[in-house]
Design a protein around this ligand. Structure first.
Ligand code: PLP
Length: 497
């Protein structure tokens, strides 16, 4: 190991460690060459790369040792009852983030992990231009905040922060995306959603920018809390036209919040966010930790180009929060390293290409078509045989029974009321999409085995489905899922295991 050791607090140049923690650290472990010291002296951008494969257990052990030294007598000391919860699940850290009602304040015990978790995330998201490696980053972003809430709740937090700055605002203009949590975030934050339908361009659904502008001027910009756009979504919807919306937001002085739920894993999504901020207004963009960084559900990253706004978002959050999502993220990012992440991002892109190619092959055999959606880098859609809606549900169930999760069969004629708004064609991002389809996505961590298995099972289901439809049309028996289906599905699963 030829890593440079840091020997004094004076070597800490780049703010990797909060000053309070650093004082504490240098006082309590003067003689120890702890692994944290190696980390703390490196330039922010390189640190993560250097830390690839450093035993994380060492780091956690070190934190535990710290914890033992502390004599805690406040109400927030975490005395943990059950041993496995204490040592197994939490590394002897009753880890949480925040103090005295403020999530941004560092507490001593797990301070470094929380703090570095945040920093590492910023490195991935918005690294310095000079660094050699290039994860899919947004440059010149000034701030990010990792919070232990999923994306929908983080969007709520952003909207509530906007409210404090625009007290008379009532509306959020929302470019339609058929995903419940982002739509619900608007009503949960106490705003009325103004739904702007998408425009059909070829097979693809895109942002209706003139309609957004019309709504802004009709409703009066002052009454509008924000415009909410989305990058990552199910095909056949494409990435929103972020640059054009950002330009409108700058023109009318209206905040712009971007739902980037699973967009970090794709450079196109990140690139458009960066461009949008360059030509117009972007107040915050929010992404999920589980969807982008291969950790369990529970966290998201709220990022933006104005550090003050992001700080305000942090201040809006009432109280402390669980540090577990951050700990997961911290451990994961350290073990991945930037190179590891870059590799995963590259592989994902290849998987997307492979997925589309194989679906195209399959589609040909069944006289179906993969929809042309070039502005969606993650998800893809393929038409399904045209039958009545209830039969389509059956195709969905077939796939589900065969352990294919994440694919959706969209009938395009479903009606659904969510938070008081009636959506026609729910699931298809449009009230009049012309034909039913199914979707599949290539997300980070996916392997070619996953793609092969999906194609194999999809083929089986399509085969069965087509035969069955044919049979049904020739007889009066309209059976639903048969026991045979179930047995076969179980067998399939066993073969895999
Ligand atoms: C996952 C996701 C969200 C957020 O859902 P949470 O469960 O709150 O994380 C929002 N929009 C889209 C498009 C998503 O995929």
């Amino acid at each position: 190991m030829n890593r440079k050791l840091v020997t004094s607090a004076a070597d800490l140049k780049d703010g990797l460690v909060p000053p309070s923690y650093d004082r504490y650290r240098t006082q309590s472990s003067k003689k120890k060459k702890c692994p944290l010291k190696i980390f703390s002296g490196q330039k922010c951008g390189r640190a993560l790369a250097l830390w690839e494969n450093v035993p994380i257990s060492l780091l956690l052990l070190f934190e535990q040792e710290k914890a033992i030294r502390i004599c805690g007598i406040s109400d927030t000391e975490t005395y943990i009852y059950f041993a496995h919860v204490h040592t197994g699940r939490n590394y002897k850290l009753g880890i949480y983030t925040g103090r005295g009602g403020d999530i941004l304040d560092c507490i001593i015990k797990p301070a470094l992990i929380i703090f570095l978790g945040n920093k590492l995330c910023s490195i991935i998201l918005f690294t310095n231009r000079k660094e050699r490696w290039r994860p899919p980053c947004v440059q010149k972003t000034s701030s990010c905040l990792v919070v232990p809430m999923a994306t929908g709740m983080s969007l709520v937090l952003c909207l509530l922060t906007v409210r404090s700055q625009r007290p008379s605002s009532k509306f959020v203009i929302w470019s339609r995306i058929d995903q419940k949590s982002c739509f619900k975030s608007i009503s949960t934050a106490g705003f009325k959603a103004i739904v702007v339908e998408n425009l059909l361009e070829g097979d693809e659904l895109r942002t209706d920018v003139p309609a957004i502008e019309k709504q802004i001027s009709n409703l009066d910009p002052e009454n509008i809390a924000a415009v909410m756009t989305t990058t990552s979504c199910f095909a056949p919807r494409g990435i929103d036209r972020l640059e054009e919306v950002a330009t409108l937001c700058a023109k009318y002085d209206v905040p712009h919040i971007i739902n980037n739920a699973y967009g970090v894993q794709d450079s196109k999504c990140m690139h458009h966010i960066q461009q949008a901020a360059r030509v117009g207004r972007v107040d915050a963009f929010v992404q999920s930790t589980d969807k982008n960084f291969m950790v369990p559900v529970g966290g998201s990253v709220i990022a933006g180009f104005d550090a003050k706004f992001i700080e305000l978002v942090g201040k809006t959050y009432p109280g402390r929060a669980s540090g577990s999502p951050l700990l997961d993220l911290f451990i994961t990012l350290l073990s991945m390293g930037t190179n590891g992440y870059k590799k995963l991002v590259k592989e994902r892109k290849e998987m997307k290409t492979m997925l589309v190619e194989k679906m195209e092959e399959l589609a040909k055999n069944y006289d179906l078509k993969v929809l042309s959606t070039k502005n969606n880098p993650i998800s893809t859609a393929m038409t399904v045989p045209v039958v009545d809606g209830s039969s389509l549900t059956e195709l969905g169930s077939m796939l589900f029974l065969r352990g294919v999760s994440g694919t959706r069969v969209i009938a395009t004629d479903e009606e659904k009321t969510i938070a008081g708004h009636k959506f026609i064609g729910w699931g298809s991002h449009s009230s009049n999409y012309s034909h039913p389809y199914l979707t599949a996505a290539a997300s980070i961590g996916m392997t070619s085995n996953d793609v092969d298995l999906f194609i194999q099972r999809l083929e089986k289901c399509l085969n069965k489905f087509v035969v069955k439809q044919h049979k049904n049309s020739n007889s009066t028996i309209t059976s639903s899922l048969e026991v045979n289906d179930l047995l076969e599905a179980i067998q399939d699963k066993e073969n895999v295991a």
